[in-house]
Design a binder for this molecule. Structure first.
Ligand SMILES: [Zn+2]
Length: 235
């Protein structure tokens, strides 16, 4: 049976459907583990079909099995290569922010506490760099942000602030280390990805579009001038 799997490349972020040529399975034998039942492990190697990317990703899986098939539940999945599920962001986002984000993704599962600490510092860095807001605490900075950004985005930031431990400590110094659950660390990472996209990348795309519009308008103006000159020359 032909393989078909929907997949998003962790390097170029392209969503695609992968076929036989892009995925390889390295299958371990099924074995019977007493009290647990049949287990099966595999490595999955993905090659990005995007010609500009062609990067290699590797995932490891352990499945409950019914001896012959992987129809059971997946018990565990590891992202082996690339090491973190960090998305690549372009250089228009400051290096310091990208590196805090990347490191936060890298340690999310092993130390959600350290991950959230880095993410909060990254969030503060974003607000300071993008909006030029600088206050004593992140809480005050978020409060000042309210009348500057659209209500949906601000509500999302504020909701993260309100969730569990993150919320309880957002008002404190960003360097303070607090207890955090992996889910909370993921929520902060997701927020940072959203802000990179909605603020930095959107602004860049918008500027590009505006420049294109100006260029087209200038071209039209030039053409009109040329026509006018042509007409006055022939009369
Ligand atoms: Zn790719």
């Amino acid at each position: 049976m032909a393989i078909q799997e929907h997949w998003e490349c962790p390097y170029c972020n392209k969503s695609c459907t992968l076929g036989d040529r892009d995925i390889r399975f390295i299958q371990a034998t099924t074995w019977m583990a007493e009290d647990i039942g049949y287990l099966k492990g595999n490595y999955k190697i993905y090659i990005c079909p995007n010609q500009k990317c062609r990067q290699l990703s590797i995932k490891g899986n352990i499945w409950e099995s019914d001896r012959d098939n992987n129809t059971g539940k997946r018990i565990y999945e590891w992202q082996l290569v690339p090491e973190a599920n960090a998305k690549p962001f372009p250089e228009l986002i400051p290096q310091q922010l990208r590196s805090d984000y990347h490191e936060s993704c890298l340690i999310k599962d092993k130390s959600p506490k350290a991950s959230a600490t880095l993410s909060r510092r990254c969030l503060q860095g974003i607000i300071r760099d993008f909006w030029g807001i600088s206050r004593k605490t992140l809480f005050e900075e978020i409060a000042e942000l309210e009348d500057k950004v659209d209500a949906t985005t601000w509500n999302a930031i504020d909701s993260v602030r309100k969730v569990g431990n993150i919320g309880a400590h957002m008002e404190s110094d960003v360097n303070l280390i607090i207890d955090v659950e992996p889910d909370e660390a993921s929520l902060l990472i997701w927020l940072i990805e959203t802000l990179f996209e909605e603020w930095y990348i959107e602004r860049f795309n918008r500027e590009q579009k505006m420049q294109r519009i100006s260029a087209i308008a200038q071209k039209k103006k030039d053409e009109l001038e040329a026509k006018k000159n042509e007409n006055s020359g022939s009369s």
